[in-house]
Design a protein around this ligand. Structure first.
Ligand SMILES: Cc1cc2nc3c(=O)[nH]c(=O)nc-3n(C[C@H](O)[C@H](O)[C@H](O)COP(=O)(O)O)c2cc1C
Length: 270
């Protein structure tokens, strides 16, 4: 890429995030009264796993400030199984549906979202979760269930995250897709600016929920979109994976190994 092309790409990136000036003669599909797309993606598999919801039995840290202060990214996992209840809690905290606005206008969830569009779907690559066979799954937020999609060998994980091999010991990897028209119906050409902010709420809740039950994870922007889309059966245009979050069991004594990820900061005197 030459200097000019790089500058053009950077400008396009900035324009993407900038609030545009008022566009004359433009109406979104919602304003044009076009039919609203579904609030969630329908299940495609007959293999459903209801998720337990008795979170009282989890050892949840109730000290909110302690959770806030101790949240950090974890990339060193002890490679153990997590329980189905823990997974259920993490899904609930990050994308759980608490209610419906209107007859079927929007889902209200445990996270905020521009226009309550909730334009994401949560896919999972499960390695080590109690009672579940390893493979690809999809979260069904309206019924709080998982559906099993297909088997997938473990060597999918590292390339799906652009070679971030440390994630191979995660118990589960969350992959988030963007369902484009769910946001575009309401916000049209302005929809995409909202997405990074919306996604940040989802994974921050996931970080905090994991911290509150002694698990650890790390948000991941570097994903191999094509590989992920193939794995979860997405068309890559109307719906595509853009964000991920490996999560696993962690222990205090691995703190130094965590810090070693940033050894370059010390070495380069940054
Ligand atoms: C949007 C986003 C993308 C990220 N992508 C990666 C990534 O691809 N690889 C990685 O190791 N960490 C990634 N991180 C984690 C950040 O490096 C981490 O949050 C940052 O270094 C601050 O550390 P802390 O989370 O422990 O406070 C990402 C975080 C966010 C929010």
């Amino acid at each position: 890429m030459n200097e000019e092309e790089i500058r053009a790409r950077i400008r396009a990136g900035r324009d993407f995030l900038r609030m545009p000036e008022h566009e004359e003669d433009y109406q979104t599909d919602q304003q044009l009264k076009k039919p609203q797309p579904p609030l969630v993606k329908e299940a495609v598999s007959d293999i459903r796993i209801p998720l337990p919801v008795d979170y009282q039995s989890l050892p949840i840290d109730n000290d909110f400030l302690h959770i806030i202060n101790s949240r950090s990214s974890h990339r060193v996992y002890t490679d153990e199984e997590i329980s189905l209840l823990e997974l259920s809690y993490l899904l609930w905290c990050s994308q759980g549906v608490k209610g419906i606005r209107g007859r079927a206008y929007a889902t209200l969830r445990t996270v905020p979202c521009g226009g309550a569009r909730h334009e994401f779907e949560t896919y999972l690559y499960i390695r080590k979760v109690e009672g579940l066979q390893p493979g690809c799954y999809h979260y069904l937020p309206l019924s709080h269930e998982l559906e099993f999609l297909k088997e997938m060998p473990e060597d999918f994980v590292s390339p799906s995250l652009e070679g971030q091999a440390w994630a191979r010991k995660a118990s589960v990897i969350f992959y988030y897709s963007f369902v484009a028209y769910r946001a575009e119906w309401r916000y049209g050409i302005h929809a995409h600016r909202m997405v990074p902010a919306d996604a940040g709420h989802v994974t921050e809740n996931l970080y905090l929920a994991a911290t509150s039950i002694g698990l650890g994870g790390c948000a991941i922007g570097a994903v191999d979109g094509k590989l992920c889309d193939e794995a979860f059966g997405l068309d890559g245009e109307e719906e595509f994976i853009f964000y991920a979050f490996p999560l696993g069991t962690v222990r205090e004594s691995d703190q130094q190994k965590e810090l070693d990820f940033y050894a370059f900061v010390r070495e380069q005197g940054l």
